[in-house]
Design a binder for this molecule. Structure first.
Ligand code: GTP
Ligand code: MG
Length: 550
């Protein structure tokens, strides 16, 4: 068929600007006036933004988005402040009563999943996170101030697992229990060994002017047991294992600050009216945690290398992802935020989260290009596919100027499908693992080599085990196709081929490109865009919001 309008170049622009070629009632084509054609052609010629603009940047105009999806941190709750040894000093009182204040409680460590964060890179840089120490008690029965709390904010979709815990108070309690079990009625006081006194030197704070004789003759009271603050009751149960998949209104307590020491008035007895000692504050808890961001972004851009994913991200957001006319420009994910409500006037689109709260933005992840056999770890392989698995909606970015588009889409789905099949197999293997172990209880056992076989049953993720195998399906995710580089010549046929193919998939006349059985069954959209000009990209926002709200 001859071109419908011979004077126009055969690019896809007609379907980006269909009004230019709309047919009239009588079936013929509306004749465009010469001036309109001229303007249109001028638009065509100057259609590529000049090099150096935001959407067609030189390769060195980029900023690396700091991104990390894993972090290991050590959190320390604050140690308690020391109790104070002090005595009232008044003009006519020679030896005033004890009035040392208690030490302040150490700061707590909280954790909270919030919307708006997209990466763990800030946490990955900070290995140790410490809450403030409680202040020491002071004279005149003045208690020490509390230590500063720390709230660790993580993106929604973070899974937290405890690797190691050092809780001195709990350890002490355990030891005390063991001791109590050994000799009934025996005192649990620690014996320093050297002196005649029954006290653990590192637990007590002594008056600076105390003499050896004082110590030797002093009746030290029973050492207070390792104490915990009331807050410790509401601490997350050890070992910590959390799957923070929804935003939290209130942070939760990971590690409570340790209690402060007791001031000397606590130790006043008839025999010791002016105790020259107080206790030190307890030590805080130290927990090593492994954080992993399971949900990467709302939308993941899946495409072959050089398809135009990073340019598309630039067109949709303020991202300065690196763009270059070669494969593998992008080596790690760039996350961009698409703002749909700037809080100036009416929002561009109305959208809400599952909990009814209005959505003001969504995130897009531009990930490295996918090559054939990526599931066998070619190209950036598995690391790339791991990111695909984590997006809520997938946008397949197809370059209309680069050969057979239907084949490109099928190749992308094939890789994703193969990866998924491999992952499911791996997880099933892991889930059915048989662990053999030999609990030698007696020497006889060891000699006979008796062993016990434990089969760990297949389990899905639960609150206790959020890292349990999850039988996810990538083909189950909502998806759409972005046909990009529509400004280039000879792309219209490719777009038509792609549209026809997707229509057939939508009408069940073609198999789903993933060739999986359980697939997302709703209407798949094909959106033509020219990302480099920013044309047609609003439709992507509209479709994405529709899918996220569904
Ligand atoms: N004409 C035209 N060129 C485009 C368009 N989008 C991207 N390009 C060009 O295509 C090339 C590759 O773009 P990128 O955005 O870096 O592609 P990518 O998919 O991120 O590439 P990798 O990160 O390597 O996978 C660049 O030279 C872009 O200027 C478009 O809509 N029209
Ligand atoms: Mg890129």
């Amino acid at each position: 068929m001859p071109p419908r309008f011979p004077s126009l170049p055969s690019t896809l622009t007609p379907f980006l600007h269909p009004f230019l070629l709309s047919s009239t009632k009588c079936g013929g084509y509306r004749t465009l006036s010469n001036t309109l054609i001229q303007r249109y052609e001028a638009l065509q010629e100057s259609s590529l933004p000049k090099e150096g603009s935001h959407l067609n940047p030189p390769p060195d105009d980029y900023s690396n988005t700091a991104f990390a999806d894993k972090a290991t941190i050590v959190v320390h709750s604050g140690p308690g402040g020391h109790g104070c040894v002090s005595f009232l000093k008044e003009k006519f009182i020679a030896a005033g009563p004890a009035n040392g204040g208690d030490g302040g409680t150490g700061g707590n460590i909280y954790i909270q999943a919030v919307r708006g964060l997209t990466s763990l890179h800030k946490l990955a840089r900070r290995t140790n996170i410490k809450a403030g120490r409680g202040r020491n008690g002071q004279g005149k029965t003045k208690g020490g101030e509390r230590g500063d709390d720390v709230v660790i904010q993580v993106p929604v979709g973070t899974v937290i697992r405890e690797l190691e815990r050092d809780d001195p108070v709990a350890m002490e309690e355990q030891m005390a229990k063991l001791d109590a079990g050994k000799g009934e009625g025996e005192s649990t006081e620690t014996v320093d060994g050297k002196g005649p006194w029954k006290w653990s030197r590192d637990k007590w704070l002594l008056y600076p002017a105390i003499t050896k004789e004082d110590i030797a003759s002093a009746e030290f009271p029973k050492l207070p047991k390792g104490r915990k603050s009331m807050l410790a009751m509401s601490q997350v149960k050890a070992p910590v294992s959390l799957d923070l998949s929804v935003p939290m209104e209130q942070p939760i307590l990971l590690a409570a600050g340790a209690v402060g020491g007791l001031g000397n008035p606590h130790f006043v007895t008839k025999t010791v009216p002016r105790p020259k000692f107080a206790t030190k504050g307890e030590l805080g808890i130290k927990i090593t945690l492994e954080l992993e961001l399971k949900l990467l972004a709302d939308v993941g851009l899946v495409g072959l290398p050089n398809a135009g994913k990073s340019t598309l991200l630039r067109a949709l957001s303020k991202s300065r992802a690196r763009v270059g006319n070669w494969a593998f420009t992008t080596l790690q994910p760039n996350i961009g935020t698409v703002v749909i409500d700037t809080h100036h006037g009416r929002p561009m689109l109305r959208s809400t989260y599952d909990d009814g709260e209005p959505r003001t933005c969504f995130t897009i992840a531009d990930i490295p290009g996918l090559v054939a056999d990526a599931h066998l770890d070619r190209g950036l392989g598995i690391s790339f596919l791991r990111h695909v698995e984590r997006a809520r909606v997938l946008a397949f970015v197809i370059d209309l100027s680069n050969g057979d588009v239907v084949a490109a889409l099928k190749a992308l789905w094939r890789e994703v499908g193969l990866y998924e099949a491999m992952k499911i197999q791996e997880e099933q293997d892991a889930a059915n693992t048989i662990v053999e172990w030999t609990p030698f209880e007696t020497v006889d056992d060891a000699l006979r080599g008796s062993s016990e076989t434990i089969v760990i049953p297949k389990r899905g993720p639960t609150w206790d085990n959020p890292l349990g195998p999850d039988m996810f399906s990538i083909a189950d995710k909502p998806w759409f196709v972005v046909a990009t580089k529509a400004d280039l010549p000879e792309t219209q046929e490719q777009f038509e081929a792609l549209r026809t193919y997707i229509q057939n998939v939508n009408n069940d006349m073609e198999a789903h490109p993933s060739e999986q059985k359980r697939v997302w069954r709703q209407r798949v959209e094909v959106i033509p865009v020219s990302a480099i000009n920013g044309h047609g990209v609003e439709k992507i926002t509209e479709v994405t919001v529709g899918l996220l709200d569904a």
